[in-house]
Design a protein around this ligand. Sequence first.
Ligand code: UN1
Length: 511
Amino acid sequence: MAQHTTNADPYGHYIDGEWVSGSGEDTFESTNPATDEQLATFHRATENDVDRAVDAAADAAEEWREHSYIDRAEILWEVYNELRDRHQELGEIVTMESGKEISEGKADVTEAWHMVEWAAGNARHPHGDVVPSEIASKDSYMRRSPRGVVGCVTPWNFPVAIPFWHMAVTLVEGNTVVWKPAEQTPWCGQVVAEMLADAGVPDGVFNLVQGFGDAGAAIVDDDRVDTILFTGSAEVGHQIADQIGGEPGREAALEMGGKNSVIVTEEADLDVALHSAVMSSFKTTGQRCVSSERLIVHTNVYEEFKNQFVELAESVAVGDPLEENTFMGPAIDERQVEKFRRYNDLARTEGANVLVDRAELPPEEIPDGHEEGSWVGPFVYEIGYDPDLRCIREEVFGPHVALIEYEGGVDRAIEIHNDVPYGLAGTIISEDYRQLNQYRDYGEVGLAYANLPCIGAEVQLPFGGGKKSGKGPASAREVIEAVTERTAWTVNNSSDIEMAQGLSADIKTED
Ligand code: UN1
């Protein structure tokens, strides 16, 4: 297995069908968060490089839309096969660059080919509606056409899957793309770009720029980019929403964070509750946008649940993400470790009773040769419910988990769940179908689960949330709305003009 890429020279950008170094002098490193080893070096894009990439995408747009859906999808089937054939290798690259343990690294690649399969398969499905008219001689349709140039800005935590959430449907629908992967996972970006280039995407149809937030901002600022697809922090997402919202003709679909929860009612099967809570809180080291940082537990089962959850949080295996027995790998980088520790301190200041504190892993728990990694373990506390506490309202993006005890009916648990600015994911654990249905109907949550963890959504579901969590889902099947224009196309089959709504079609003249 490769410990780093084989390239000695820095990797570049892919613009207009060519690999280029770009106009800037700066380079940056991809590092392995489990060891702090450098994996590869990349040229850092300037505004000028983004400008060239948008130029190429704009020039290629007209020709690309002339291809049939099925021709466009043909290219993606090549990518689908390659993702499957290289599953183990790519899973290891995801793990080395993002720190996610190997089953998650591989699941990331699987989720990517599922998305490609959905998008390419959808090319042979109907793309619009036949709509009835009040007037028998009229035929009406809803037709879709590509919006043009789509800018994609993707996060590090699903470095292969989320790029395909954005780009697979977008390309099949006939748009061209300028993509900036997260600066933490440029190697995954390079691999995905090589696949698309090798599959024969025409020059300019797909462009990659490697870099930081300034390159992402340059994509957003360029008004030749018709749609922005963004998955990442609420802070950046809201800036994009503010900016694009005021620009006629431009659209943005934004997928942001969450302060998700697991509700455990007095009717819960406690084994299911514990299993779901551990998966929701600690998988991906708590760094999914759907990870849960709040466990809202009924008073009747609180002590028993707490004791067992604490025991598991004390013992989940943190370690080398390439090892199959590891449950949690490292955090992505030191910045994320600091944020996690800052929020742990905040919870203490706000009155938390700390139950598990593995935030600073003792040296004997850190695998040999991994001393420089960004290691963290679970931090679990209980706290009396107060809606103003920041530690239970703000997203940490780490294994930072609050236990909140509630009394009364499930409506009280739902009220606590809803009382945060986010509305992305959540789950309820209960054997009582009335409680489940109440949660389904009143939980403010885009991805709602029952008797399951609140992670692991499949690509054929709509993915996204309300409130601060999202705006026009930037993922999976819903992307189609953000990257296509709808035309209502109505044809009259008669030589008389007859109007709907009782509107008179008589032309009345003075005489
Ligand atoms: C994310 O957390 O940023 O539902 C994406 C899931 C995955 C996607 C998560 N399919 O957990």
